[in-house]
Ligand binder design. Structure first.
Ligand SMILES: *Cc1c(COP(=O)(O)O)cnc(C)c1O
Length: 489
């Protein structure tokens, strides 16, 4: 017997297709307008802690509200609390450059609402991703061992941090013949980075159970790059002490200064020692789309895994990390699970990729769409053009710093990051940074090098042009003038 219909069964609270169309068009208009006016907004949000929450109602609405009200609140409450990563005047940390095609791809991914954990749960989600990862191997000049047509392959991860963790887990299992997976307890495994390796490696050491005390910070050269002979010495010392070296993370373009660890010397050492070598090229990896910048990955054919973030510098909004392995079996054996409810014929046949075995979570978004739209909209030539522009602008900025005796460059400028400082105290440099950021005209961040405060200017935003960088330099000089004027001499 049918259950009785409730009296209200014809009511729906859902947004109607017509409403959705109207609201959607209004939102796209809002985003387009935002992207046009973003350069006139203060880059670093100027709100105080708690200010945004104080503007929000205490309780959620009992009855639904019109979309127009939400859009109005977006403008009134949310926008003041936004630090504008998409501003052409954003030079802090590293870029997170979105673009119109990537935004549309992201919207489409939500519109399809697909879960791509298995090939079966949306074959296109898996196959487009595999295909794009193979495209990237060619486009970015990566070695053929990363092609899915051989023993390797690529996958889109949510972040470089997850890629490093997956690589560390696979390295852990390879070093122990999969014993940790079975029995737990990592024994006496050690891993290697430098003081400039991204903090996500330290986090991965905690998560993977190796422990941060078993992370060695290998000595660096005068440009903050790993010294291969120091790595070799550390490995021998650890072996002599009865420990098992399991994992090395080399960085192509460190976050602090864009230092390049020398892969061509590190890779043969790791191969000889049977140690998993992962290369983290989070931001700088995007540069290899230009043949003239591929020197940064010289030696990559000898590594086990590699990742870079199209969500930093390849015009694809967060999240989109391209992660490649030379031997996918080690990764899959480390991460695979097959509960009864996921069993299916396609998986059993072995003819398909199930990306759930290549990552930490089970579920996965259809991220390939946005990257596909970006690559097809710009073409390789368009992407190269904009990357080259950013590098050229950073080189110009570096030459202006070099030409002003009040300032000094404190690290080489291989690509798009300039590390510089006022010749003066840390307090002077901090004051310069604080004044500039408080003005809202631009946003810079800092690092510490050899115990001195250093300013970082990283160029990679989608809309950054020469006029923006020239104005940034003019503002920096102006604030420096003011600092000198107020200081007793
Ligand atoms: C930014 C950065 C990361 C972290 O990237 P996520 O994708 O946010 O995890 C890792 N490594 C380097 C070198 C970075 O610059």
């Amino acid at each position: 017997m049918e259950p009785p219909l409730s009296p209200s069964s014809s009511i729906s609270y859902h947004m109607s297709p017509e409403e959705f169309r109207r609201a959607g068009h209004a939102l796209i208009d809002w985003i387009a307008d935002y992207r046009q006016r973003v350069e006139s907004l203060p880059v670093l949000s100027q709100v105080k802690p708690g200010e945004i929450r104080a503007a929000l109602p205490d309780q959620p609405p009992l009855q639904g509200e019109p979309f127009a009200t939400m859009l109005a609140d977006l403008e009134r409450i949310i926008l003041p609390g936004i630090t504008h990563w998409q501003s052409p005047n954003f030079y802090a940390f590293f870029p997170g450059n979105a673009s119109e095609p990537s935004i549309l791809g992201e919207l489409l991914s939500a519109g399809l609402g697909v879960q791509g954990m298995l090939w079966l749960t949306s074959p296109a989600c898996t196959e487009l991703e595999t295909h794009l990862m193979d495209w990237l191997v060619g486009m970015m000049g990566l070695p053929e061992q990363f092609l899915s047509t051989g023993p390797g392959g690529g996958v889109i991860q949510d972040s470089a941090s997850s890629a490093t963790l997956c690589a560390l887990l696979a390295g852990r299992e390879r070093a122990t013949n999969f014993a940790v997976n079975r029995r737990g307890g990592t024994g006496r495994l050690v891993a290697y980075g430098t003081a400039h390796t991204h903090s996500s490696l330290e986090k991965a050491m905690k998560i993977a159970g190796l422990g941060v005390e078993n992370l060695r910070k290998v000595e660096v050269d005068e440009h903050h790059a790993m010294r291969p002979e120091a790595l070799a010495a550390r490995i021998s010392a650890d072996r002599a002490a009865g420990l098992t070296p399991a994992f090395v993370c080399a960085t192509v373009g460190t976050t602090s200064t864009n230092a390049m660890d020398p892969l061509a010397a590190i890779a043969p050492l790791c191969q000889e020692q049977g140690i998993w070598l992962h290369v983290d090229a989070a931001m700088s990896g995007s540069a290899t789309i230009c043949p003239e910048f591929r020197w940064v990955i010289a030696g990559l054919e000898g590594v086990d895994s590699y990742s870079f973030n199209p969500h930093k510098w390849l015009f694809t909004n967060f999240d989109c990390t391209a992660f490649f392995v030379a031997d996918r079996r080690a990764l899959i054996e480390t991460l695979s699970i097959l509960p009864e409810y996921l069993r299916n014929e396609a998986t059993k046949s072995g003819a398909v990729i199930d990306y759930r075995d290549w990552q930490i979570p089970l579920g996965r978004r259809f991220r390939a769409l946005k990257l596909w739209f970006v690559i097809r909209h710009y073409g390789i030539e368009g992407l190269r053009y904009h990357i080259r522009q950013h590098v050229a602008l950073a080189q110009d900025f570096a030459s202006w710093v070099r030409g002003d005796p009040r300032f000094e460059l404190v690290a080489p400028v291989p690509l798009n990051l300039v590390c510089f400082r006022l010749r003066g105290s840390d307090a002077d440099n901090q004051a310069l940074l604080d004044h500039l950021n408080a003005s809202g005209d631009l946003y810079l961040t800092h690092t510490k090098l050899d115990d001195r405060l250093v300013l970082r200017l990283c160029i990679g935003q989608t809309a950054t042009e020469r006029r923006h960088v020239a104005r940034a330099w003019a503002r920096i000089q102006e604030e420096a003038d003011r600092l000198v004027a107020v200081e007793p001499r």
